[in-house]
Design a binder for this molecule. Structure first.
Ligand code: HEM
Ligand SMILES: *[C@@H]1O[C@H](CO)[C@@H](O)[C@H](O)[C@H]1NC(C)=O
Ligand SMILES: *[C@@H]1O[C@H](CO)[C@@H](O)[C@H](O)[C@H]1NC(C)=O
Ligand SMILES: *[C@@H]1O[C@H](CO)[C@@H](O)[C@H](O)[C@H]1NC(C)=O
Length: 506
């Protein structure tokens, strides 16, 4: 585990700039920006190896667990650091992901967990998730039937359904259009998506986190700033319109279980904070899950022998290996000793549901290995050390920025055998320690750990299992080596094109 700690006068300013866009990756997966832009022809696709750069600053190599414990434990390194553009887009930190560690953060994180993302809240959205997955499957079936020879574009199907879920969860309704005062007209769902998701991510396109690591100072760029301000104003106008529309629903007596209704009932936030928080969930839910699932399906399509046979192998519930529902950092802990049998059944005739997840060790391994090899958030967004701290024998002064290079850790040959290979088997079989299950630290740790990890797991794992149960997956010829990611995050550069063969279950 390597932590890059940049201290001293020179370091802090530059690190703060890094913070802008690394944090942005989490704030809603500005990740997708680049890919979308590329498709829209805004930028030429850029191929690049995706390892984050080596960089100046204190370069401390720590034993992984020790550092993870630190990150988990200390509130002194739980504050986020932001800078210009993101401060504009996030309206000066009035969101969960970007707020400083303190009372506001504690309150809103509790809100988002109790309303939508925590264990019991997730149960209330079970039907929505099931609908989402069933819709995707019918779309796949329809596309295959319409033309079995044309590869289908996975991302297009997944994106629409994920945004539907995101709207239902954050606003209470799958909104199809809304009247925006500022525009003087109704806008469509696609425009809503553009203003709240795509355009926000567009603002990150020209920024490459690599550049910021070279300690260039932030050069004000008038045209970039204008774009950021314009996009921010549109986003806010659309969010206000969406919230107004839902408030009218509430006045009509149609209460819904969703983040907005929950926040309104709490009645502790300003209008601006409310708008920002609802937007945060809308954009966060709409992206990273797609990144993770797309990579998993890419790897599975590339490895047909690892599809249904293994994925649907389940551990009997009575087995001592089975740890019911212990959910930790996005993985169900399936205990060591669950080596795969030689001829596992494809779950018999049973359709995989969320209840099965804790008993599907290979599926969990696929999820975990995908997050290791293709972490959607390659750098843990900067934590700001707000009081003097000792770290691995170094005195780290207040004001220091700490960035954990997850990509570097997960590609470290000392910690992983052949780290560049995607091998789910490294997470199955006898020698696994509980600590290894969160060795990838894909969701961070401690007080600032990802709020959405349970939701990601529910959606991604169930979707992966259902997808391979219903279809055989095969890459378009020549796509085997298309593992490039785009710019500063792990968004797949080449959208996955696949051939599906129905397994004839339905
Ligand atoms: C595969 C998908 C995802 C990955 C890999 C991921 C990863 C992360 C990471 C690494 C952090 C920072 C943790 C830290 O500083 O220790 C984070 C924070 C966060 N994530 Fe996720 N995330 C994912 C999906 C989601 C989803 C779907 C949501 C919401 C619907 C979400 C909401 C959040 C929030 C609110 C925070 C801020 C938490 C805080 O600052 O207290 N994430 N995520
Ligand atoms: C940081 O340490 C690693 C291994 O200890 C080394 O490979 C890397 O070059 C170092 N980076 C810098 C900027 O010193
Ligand atoms: C939404 O954005 C995409 C990509 O930038 C663009 O192609 C599309 O025309 C936009 N749609 C609307 C309705 O503005
Ligand atoms: C400023 O931003 C625009 C696009 O937003 C870009 O085309 C231009 O190269 C940037 N200028 C500088 C000096 O970075």
């Amino acid at each position: 585990m390597e932590a890059f700690v940049s201290g001293g006068a020179g370091g802090v300013g530059a690190a703060a700039v890094v913070g802008v866009f690394v944090a942005a990756a989490v704030v809603g997966g500005f990740v997708a920006a680049v890919a979308l832009a590329e498709r829209a022809g805004v930028i030429a696709p850029r191929k690049r190896p995706n390892a984050p750069p080596g960089q100046p600053g204190l370069n401390i190599s720590l034993s992984s667990l020790k550092l993870k414990a630190m990150v988990a434990k200390f509130s002194s390194i739980s504050t986020r650091k932001l800078s210009k553009a993101l401060t504009v887009l996030t309206r000066d930190k009035s969101m969960v992901a970007t707020s400083d560690y303190g009372d506001f953060h504690k309150m809103v994180k509790r809100y988002v967990m109790s309303s939508t993302l925590g264990t019991s809240a997730q149960k209330k959205f079970r039907d929505t998730r099931d609908m989402m997955i069933n819709n995707m499957l019918s779309t796949f079936h329809k596309l295959v039937k319409d033309d079995p020879h044309v590869p289908l574009i996975f991302r297009d199907v997944f994106k629409d359904e994920l945004f539907r879920l995101s709207m239902i969860q954050s606003l209470g309704e799958d909104v199809s259009s809304v009247y925006v005062d500022e525009f003087g007209r109704d806008i469509s769902k696609e425009e809503i998506y553009n203003a709240t998701v795509t355009d926000m991510m567009m603002c990150a396109i020209e920024v490459d986190w690599r550049d910021f690591f070279s300690y260039l100072s932030w050069v004000p760029n008038k045209s970039f700033e204008t774009r950021v301000f314009t996009a921010e104003a549109r986003r806010t106008a659309v969010m206000r319109a969406l919230i107004k529309q839902q408030k009218e629903r509430i006045v009509r007596g149609e209460a819904k279980i969703c983040y907005l209704d929950f926040l309104l009932a709490e009645n502790t936030l300003t209008d601006e904070q409310l708008t920002m928080l609802v937007w945060e969930e809308l954009i966060e839910a709409a992206d990273t899950t797609l990144v993770a699932t797309e990579w998993a399906m890419y790897e599975l399509a590339k490895n047909p022998d690892k599809q249904a046979r293994n994925i649907c192998y389940s551990v009997p519930a009575h087995s001592w290996h089975y740890q019911p529902k212990r959910f930790l950092l996005g993985v169900f802990l399936v205990m060591p000793g669950t080596a795969l049998p030689r001829n596992p059944e494809v779950c018999g005739d049973e359709t995989v549901t969320e209840e099965h997840l804790p008993r599907l060790p290979y599926l969990n391994a696929v999820f975990h290995e995908t997050l290791r090899r293709h972490s959607p958030v390659p750098l843990i967004p900067p934590r700001f050390v707000h009081e003097d701290t000792k770290l691995a024998g170094y005195d780290v002064p207040a004001g220091t920025e700490m960035v954990i290079n997850l990509y570097g850790c997960n590609m470290n040959k000392k910690e992983w055998e052949s780290p560049e290979e995607w091998v789910p088997e490294r997470f199955t079989g006898g020698r696994l320690e509980v600590a290894d299950m969160y060795k990838t630290m894909a969701f961070g740790a401690g007080r600032r750990a990802c709020a959405g990890s349970l939701q990601v797991m529910h959606i991604a794992c169930t979707a992966i299992a259902r997808f391979v149960q219903e279809f055989g997956w095969r890459l378009t010829e020549g796509d085997e080596e298309k593992v490039d990611t785009v710019q500063f995050t792990a968004y797949k550069l080449h959208p996955l094109h696949v051939h599906l063969t129905p397994r004839g279950r339905m």
